[in-house]
Design a protein around this ligand. Sequence first.
Ligand code: PLP
Length: 408
Amino acid sequence: MFKVSLFADRAKPVAERCRADVSTRLRLKYAPYYNVVEKADGVRIVVNGRPMLMMSSNEYLGLTVHPEVRRAAKEAIDRWGTSPCGSRLANGSRAYHVELEDELAAFLGKEACHVSVAGYMACVTSISCLAQRKDVLLVDKSIHASLWDGVRLSGAEVERFTHEDMRSLEASLARLDPGVPKIIVVDGVYSMEGHIASLPEITALAEAHQAFLVVDDCHGFGVLGREGRGVADHFDLTDKVDLIAGSFSKSLASTGGFVAGDRSTIEYLRSNSQQIIFSAAITPSACAAALASLRVMQREPEHRERLWENTRYLQGILRALGLDFWESPTPAVPIVIGDKEKLYLIWKSLQEQGFFTVMSISPGVPVGKDLIRAGVSALHTREMLDRFGDALKVAIKKAGFKPRALAA
Ligand SMILES: Cc1ncc(COP(=O)(O)O)c(C=O)c1O
């Protein structure tokens, strides 16, 4: 028998840590996150029996309601069942994985592609497995959490450069031993800021210093470039980006992710990535929805056109209200408030007026940049965006928040 410790009747420290966690207590008290959506039809949702308008999703093209996409997902289940129930290394790839990978690679102008269960996984894979201990990762400070996890897992040296500051990147590169392997890591479109990466400068620096370039294009794919080919295509620099990581959960109306690059890079990942080798493959319905969306996206440009019209329209509304949207040129629209208490009051008022939004607070965003992260969709109408503008006006007045233009 084991000896009974004197401390056996005390709470387990880890369980106690969970019970006492301040951010969890605050979250449960004010309930800003994890609200249950009882019904969803595109951007029209129902929460607590009350109709609301979704203003914070990443459903850029609105294809979750497209009949062809819905049909494809259902038919895939009828044909293949619900899951491959294992990793591709162990249980084999399925024809639907390969079909999607081939079409994605051709669309992106890359030789090969690998699809996985989440954009998060794709981003972790794209760094953790490529970078080795003595390599140097040059990382924009605002990259997504998934890339940071990849950075940590890799164990490589890290040089952070100031967000979108090319001098800072150049200075870091100049300090390094020219012989050391280097990887530059950026987002194509930064998820909180909505900023587009300065790829012309970044690719030029990457070439000059023989640095491998990884771009997380979760928010550029479907939005920028010809037919939505993404940020590399937008700048006509596809050949200069070594690895593109992306997600199916935004423009492609599904869940899952991909990495695309040279065949040798993708095959290297398949041999070496823990995330690829030891995790089950993406499901048939998720692949089918992504593939159908990819085809619709190329055939029906009207979704992207409406997305951009709506983006410009919302920018006009925010400008008229004097609100700071961090000069985001994309449908990822931050509404910067900068004061946590006022931010909460604004968020709450929007909620009460029927608008579902999400707050992003530091350290998720830089100190003083606490914001409401709005996301524009092709499914929004002008009338919806006008109503959102009216609700914002009420909310900022109620919170006593003075927008920049009004404060000046
Ligand atoms: C920039 C960026 N990278 C990666 C991800 C992860 O993608 P997924 O939601 O498909 O896991 C997200 C998701 O929000 C993102 O915004």
